[in-house]
Structure formats: structure tokens, C-alpha cells
Ligand binder design. Sequence first.
Ligand code: CTP
Ligand code: MG
Length: 229
Amino acid sequence: MHLLIPAAGSGKRMGSDRNKLLLPLHGRPILAWTLLSAAAADQITWIGIISQPVDQPAFQVLLQDLSLSKPVVLVDGGSTRQESVERGLQALPADAHHVLIHDGARCLATPDLLNRCATSLLSDGAALIAAIPVKDTIKVVNAEGWIDHTPDRSQLWAAQTPQGFTVAQLKACHERARIQGWEVTDDAALLERCQLPVKIVPGEETNLKVTTPSDLAIAAWILQTRFQE
Ligand code: CTP
Ligand code: MG
């Protein structure tokens, strides 16, 4: 299974002066944890890291330190996550028929989650995303700050990555999005726009996306707890 890791952001909400994926977390850069998990997932055989050229020297150093036994390729990213994934898809080897997309910032996803997504994708070919039931009551709010309505929580799921697709289908959806000018924040949303089915695979509560300094502190605590076990 081929894995693309979008890692070409800048981490604005983290408020740091460099790509947040290079910030230290429990003794290693954030991205190193994502890569270690991918390396430990047997189903993953090839890794593409989508990255900004400015970060590539630092990513190369990180890769030298990890010396992973799987092929790892650096691919130039774009100005949005959507554009980065599209570029990653173009860089996949010709024999890649299925792909998992997993955000570099979701550095706590376990190898088990990556393997489960890969196995599910290979067994029935259906597009999938890891997701967990929403715990909060969610409000839909209008531009003036007034609540419009409260969706039924039992139908709400929080989307995570990995997200898995057949390469041809995801490429076709990205191409259509570019032509139509659709802008989305995850790949499943492109399939939804194309009216294609996407199923849910149980995600992990600890599979948070490191976005703000508080996420970083929580991630550090989770890793510390894992290594105490
Ligand atoms: N990403 C990417 N290319 C972009 C923007 C984001 O590959 N042009 C990646 C990020 O590196 C991250 C993932 O997409 O691994 C999810 O994005 P997010 O958490 O929003 O990261 P950033 O865009 O870096 O953060 P921010 O939105 O706060 O600037
Ligand atoms: Mg972003």
C-alpha cells in the first residue's frame, strides 16, 4: 500500500516560525512520530512525504536519523492541502492502485490504524476515512453569531486521516475539483462532491491533529503515557 503524507503546511495556528512538523515532541520532530508509525505498519510499502522545498533539507536530515527500511520519496507540495495532495498523487509510482493519505500532523495514529485502513481498502476497494463519533453537541451558527440549529449528534462523526482511495478515483475527483474550483479540507469531501460513496473505519481518540500549542502539550502527554506502559 502506498502512503502519501501531506507535510507541506506552515503551521500558522501553532504560531511558530517554521513548519510545525519540525517542532520537537517527546524528543523527536513531530513528523518523525508519523513516519515511525508508518514504518511500523506492515501494510505500508512506500511513503511519499509532500513537503515545501524550503523544509526538504531538514526532512532529509530527519530521514537520515530514522533510516527507515521502506522507500521514502519527497514530493513538492502546493499552497493548499488540496493542491499538495494532488501533487502527491501525480508523483505516485505507476504501479500504485490504492493510496492512503495521512496528515503529517496526525503523528499519534497507531500502526494498527494504518494497517486496518489499508486492509479494508484492499479487501473491498471502497473509499474510506478513519473517524470517531463526536462527543460535543455541535451548533450550526449564522454569520451574526446566532444558532441556526443543532444537528442530531448520533449522526455526527469527526473526520480523521488516514483516508484511503483507489488512485484513479481520487485523481479524477481532484481534477474535477480543479476545473470546478471546489475547495475542501479533506479528500473524502471531494468524493462526496462527486457523489461517490465513502465509508467510515473506526478511528482513534488519541489520533489528534496537532494544530495549536495545546494540542502539542496533549500529544506530549499521550506519548509519555504510551512509553510508560
Ligand atoms: N498541508 C500540506 N500542504 C499545505 C497545507 C497543509 O501538505 N499547503 C499539510 C500539513 O503539513 C498537515 C496537514 O496538511 O500535515 C493538515 O493541515 P494543517 O493541520 O492545517 O497544517 P498547516 O496547514 O501546516 O497548519 P495551519 O493551517 O495552522 O497553517
Ligand atoms: Mg492548514
